[in-house]
Design a protein around this ligand. Sequence first.
Ligand SMILES: [Zn+2]
Length: 340
Amino acid sequence: MLFEIRRRNFIKIMTVSLIIWPSLSFAKPVFETCTNESCVNLEEFSSTMTTVMNEVPELEWVFGFIRKIQLSDTLKSNADVKIKRLKTGQIFFDLIISTKAYVLKDNISKILNSKEVTVFGNSIADPPQYLIELPSKYPGLFYITIHELGHIVDHLFGVNQLQCATPKIESVAIYPVLHAVTRSLNKKEIQFSDVDCVTLKNSFSAVSWSKFLVKPQGVGVYVRTPKSDHTLLDKVCYYENCNKNVTWTQKEVYELYDFLIASSFTTLYSANFSTLEEFGEAFVINYLAMYTENSTYTVNFKNHKGIDFLNKINEPNYIAKRNLLSSILENIEERSNHLK
Ligand SMILES: [Zn+2]
């Protein structure tokens, strides 16, 4: 289902057509199709999302590139953006929110804790505990939405462009393909003889990532720079295709988070995934640091040192990335006018 937002005018447009996504039946109210755990009222969804949008006036211009906001029962991640290219060459995006994340719209700590449980399982005695407090009525959706807006900014301004040996691969190495790849690919299992793209020197990507490797069938994986790598990162797996038999010791979990604190990565999720997710996460952290007061974003352990993400961005290993992010975001709203 969706409500449509006209470009540059989202606040005034409250209405909306219904589409059930991803089923092919159109114009059915969502409550007819939802399961017991995930019943969502369309009007409530619409007004909740409008509230979130109104809470980020600095990012209103990004919403101008969103054509639809949809709710999905089948999304594996918490949210996603799909790029839509019109015949005229214009680019729009569909923002998709998972029903599970929507139900927890007021609880981002719980959303991220449960994401981490999928990685480490329930057997860890002292699991990482997210504590996030945001100046929003719906912190869960607030965080998720800003992260996805980061992906849109990345797309619009080519933050994560690659230089590829085969030029046409450059257009392949973007979200639709990346989101279709097998996330759990262990880079050691891949034959690197296929197609090779490198991150551009001095780019945001190049701080932590060296390459993007695409196999002929379109399966790709980002490779970290040696300095940003850690063997335990290969053991981490979010979403589908994870090996359920992987077990973690408490010592490994502590070691992984110690690495994260000292690394150039924003979060474990982005360190595990790609420079695309890294930009999404860095975009959120930067937004919280720049535009909000009294936000909290920490991961804590009962018996070990945790992370304060809003302080981490001031650490020496993060400075290069932070400076690049600032230069990317400078005058970005003005620059976006040229894209329309
Ligand atoms: Zn993302």
